[in-house]
Design a protein around this ligand. Structure first.
Ligand code: GTP
Ligand code: MG
Length: 193
């Protein structure tokens, strides 16, 4: 019989980096059903996202909440309670409410916006100071599909992540590149005993 683990995950980052677009890709992935056949799932995700990616998504107000479940190998199921926070400055004071009991955090920046990496670094500092000391943090450089407008070097961000002890992926919510991989690697880093 399988084991079920439940974790609270918070998404943080400057407004418009793609946090909400990001989890939409993930939901779509999971709606496909059983992730046991990961290869099959990925093919479907790409199709799904091409049909449904929203170029005019509205900025999040307050925060959004959903739960999603991911099946790993060996009958292990990880359920994430995902808190998608609002990146606009006026909602900043709400963030501690969402990261306070979080087991994991995805801090998102936009590879075309240098200010968004500074903001991501300040979230990481705040998490390391104020969140659970065992929190697993992933840094996601999103919008990797916009390579012609890239303003942040991947090696530079990777080096920062390695120095700071963060998982690191460059992702695209638009094409779904690395979105599955990011969430699966967080699930695998959670204490599953
Ligand atoms: P707040 O809710 O204000 O904090 O913003 P957010 O981080 O949730 O950003 P959101 O998901 O609303 O995306 C902002 C804009 O970026 C939207 O127009 C999206 O369509 C676009 N976007 C998000 N991810 C990507 C991506 O990977 N590639 C491209 N090209 N555009 C993206
Ligand atoms: Mg949003």
């Amino acid at each position: 019989s399988g084991k079920l683990y439940q974790f609270k995950l918070v998404l943080l980052g400057e407004s418009a980096v793609g946090k909400s677009s990001f989890y939409t890709v993930y939901i779509q992935t999971l709606y496909i059903g059983d992730l046991d056949d990961v290869f099959q799932a990925k093919i479907l995700v790409l199709r799904f996202v091409k049909d449904q990616f929203d170029d005019y998504r509205e900025s999040t107000i307050g925060a959004a909440f959903l739960t999603q479940t991911i099946s790993l190998d060996d009958n292990t199921t990880v359920k994430f309670e995902i808190w998608d926070t609002a990146g606009q400055e006026r909602y900043k004071s709400l963030a501690p409410m969402y990261y306070r009991n979080a087991n994991c955090a995805v801090v998102v920046y936009d590879i075309t916006q240098p200010s968004s990496l500074d903001k991501a670094k300040s979230w990481v500092k705040e998490l390391q100071r104020q969140a659970d000391p065992n929190i697993v943090i992933a840094l996601a450089g999103n919008k990797s599909d916009l390579s012609a407008r890239r303003a942040i070097d991947s090696e530079e961000a990777q080096a920062y992540a390695a120095d700071t002890g963060l998982l690191f992926f460059e992702t695209s919510a638009k094409t779904a590149v690395n979105v599955n991989e990011l969430f699966i690697s967080i699930a695998k880093k959670m204490p599953l005993e």
